[in-house]
Ligand binder design. Structure first.
Ligand code: ARG
Length: 569
């Protein structure tokens, strides 16, 4: 169904056209301050500025042709020429009746669906996932969920780092100091140990360094023994990654890691050289860019003078494959901000190669520890995703155990997971992705404030109302909006549909998170002001229905963030 904003915009468009003004300027936004109404338009100001007209006068001209009957009261002009709208209660009530019956909560499928590849998570084999991978995993999954729900065709591709120089060290370590038992119990930790051990030895021992490099060369030349070891490290690591994805309820459609493109790198370089896109400079094959603003003097090296390929080479082969194989409209790379230059380069190179595709680097900042430095373990190492998740669940268990309503053991455990994992995901998704955020257990697990437990608890409290009411909401009940708190809640619920799509405009899940937080607050005010169960039958039915739509919206919105809701907590 069209959103409130769409309906007002369409009326405004008609009015602008009627007075010969540019109707594409009929933008409507939610009012920042409820005292001035529900929505506002600044079209009069924007248009008057261009023609040097008087904005308030233009606003009243627009009003003379603006027909909002059935939607809103007569609009008012305010300030320098804002047009303010206040929706009619009867209209809101009717829309809420439609919303009550809509399983998509007012969110239509998108008109022009796209095919989008989302490249996210992408951890490296034999290296631990670090906080950058945590952010990519959570953000990427959320964007996949939202894009899919809106109707886009999405391919979630985990571009794992399963090929690269680390394997020289890992294979050398494997052959000399592998602990098979540890490999069995915790493969990633053991592989990382090998990697670190060899790195340490290399510092003082030239022969180790040489041998590790030889192992790498042998692997690249297809030596069967080394290939077999490599394959085992990839399989074992993937099994561990999958456990984490399972815990996080995250799925991928493809897992085409770097190794998948290995065979294509040589031919790609030759081709780019032939086409004059790449040129040799000091023995290395490079792509030079003529984008003076950003990339001048920053060529991308795609083949080193010793013949080795680089990260950029793999990414170009990946674009080549993806475009020829899937013909996507867009590729979204959810990767940390430090790789910004890399993506600028490969996007510019892709253009030179003649590819037309909307390529987006969806960057994010760092997670900081309490000391405001990049989060590390006490030993100074990167914090692994597995440890963070286990700690979150553990802390949630303790919180639940201390609450008055004791849950049966099996429910307590699943609830602890929903709360712990939800808290970690929400801490990520409620932030502006580009800012660094401080990771604080107490804050993200708090039941008050902009946190997952607060939102889950709002949901749980509504569910408990229904247990007490001992009847479900009647979706056909008339929605009454006599109290200000009821009206505010009803309006907020109707705005879900115009909030979710905005997330994809700039890839900002925090817009949805903030909406859900405001919804929970609005609900809280409603709950304080309006008795539900004790109300007279008409108000009771109306309020139960508002409660029910609120619960559905919270559950659905959290679901789009990848967060589940317990029934009790
Ligand atoms: N494995 C890389 C890393 O850990 C991330 C890969 C991102 N995707 C890509 N197509 N480059 O930094």
């Amino acid at each position: 169904m069209p959103t409130l904003r769409d309906l007002l915009a369409s009326r405004l468009r008609d009015a602008l056209a009627a007075i010969g003004q540019d109707s594409s300027r009929a933008g409507i936004s939610q009012a920042a301050d409820a005292r001035f109404g529900d929505y506002q338009a600044n079209a009069a100001m924007a248009l008057a500025k261009e023609t040097k007209a008087n904005p308030r006068q233009l606003a009243s001209e627009i009003l003379s042709k603006l027909d909002v009957s059935g939607l809103a009261a007569t609009p008012e002009i305010a300030g320098a020429g804002f047009i303010n709208f206040r929706l009619e209660d009867s209209f809101l009530s009717e829309r809420l009746s439609n919303l009550a019956l809509d399983s998509r909560l007012g969110l239509d499928l998108i008109q022009n669906p796209k095919k989008i590849i989302v490249d996210f998570s992408s951890p490296n084999v034999a290296k631990p996932m670090h906080v950058g991978h945590i952010r990519s995993t959570i953000l990427g999954d959320c964007l996949v969920r939202i894009a899919r729900f809106l109707g886009h065709q999405v391919i979630a591709d985990n571009h794992i780092g399963d090929w690269g120089t680390q394997f020289g060290k890992v294979i050398y370590g494997w052959k000399h100091f592998l602990h098979p038992e540890d490999l069995k119990s915790d493969a990633i930790t053991e592989l990382v140990r090998l990697y670190r051990e060899v790195t340490r030895l290399e510092e003082t021992d030239e022969t180790v360094k040489r041998s590790a490099r030889e192992e790498l060369v042998k692997l690249q030349a297809g030596d069967p023994e080394n290939l077999a070891i490599w394959k085992q490290t990839v399989d074992l690591s993937w099994r561990e990654f999958e456990k984490l994805y399972g815990l996080l309820d995250i799925q991928f459609d493809e897992r085409l890691g770097e190794s998948f493109y290995n065979e294509a790198l040589g031919p790609l370089c030759t081709d780019l050289e032939h086409r004059g896109i790449a040129t040799t400079s000091e023995g290395a094959l490079c792509i030079f860019f003529n984008d003076p603003a950003t990339l001048e003097g920053k060529p991308a090296i795609i083949r080193k003078s010793d013949g080795g390929f680089l990260y950029a080479t793999t990414d170009l082969a990946t674009i080549d494959y993806r475009l020829k194989h899937w013909h996507p409209d867009a590729i979204w790379y959810v990767v940390g901000a430090p790789q910004a230059l890399h993506f600028q380069q490969i996007f510019a190179a892709a253009k030179m190669m003649g590819f037309e595709c909307d390529l987006q680097h969806i960057a994010f900042g760092s997670i900081l520890g309490q000391d405001r430095k990049i989060m590390k373990t006490r030993a100074g190492e990167n914090v692994g995703l597995a440890e963070v998740l286990q700690e979150a669940i553990h802390r949630a268990r303790l919180i639940i155990a201390n609450r008055t309503d004791q849950l049966p053991a099996s429910e307590a455990e699943s609830t602890a997971r929903l709360i712990g994992l939800g808290a970690v995901k929400y801490a990520e998704l409620s932030q502006n992705r580009l800012t660094d955020y401080v990771f604080s257990w107490d804050k993200l697990l708090a039941f008050e404030g902009n946190t997952a437990p607060y939102l889950q608890n709002a949901y749980v409290r509504i569910r408990s109302i229904f247990r007490r009411a001992a009847e479900p909401a009647n979706p056909r009940a008339t929605v009454l909006l006599n109290e200000a708190a009821e009206r505010a809640l009803g309006l907020k619920l109707l705005q879900y549909a115009e909030t979710v799509p905005v997330v994809l405009e700039e890839f900002r899940p925090n817009i949805l998170a903030n909406y859900l937080y405001e919804l929970a607050n609005t609900y809280h005010t409603f709950y304080e002001a309006c008795p539900v169960i004790k109300a007279d039958p008409a108000n009771r039915a109306s309020r139960l229905l508002l409660c029910d739509i609120t619960a559905r919206t919270l559950e659905h919105g959290l679901g789009l963030l990848g967060i589940g809701c317990p029934e009790r907590m």
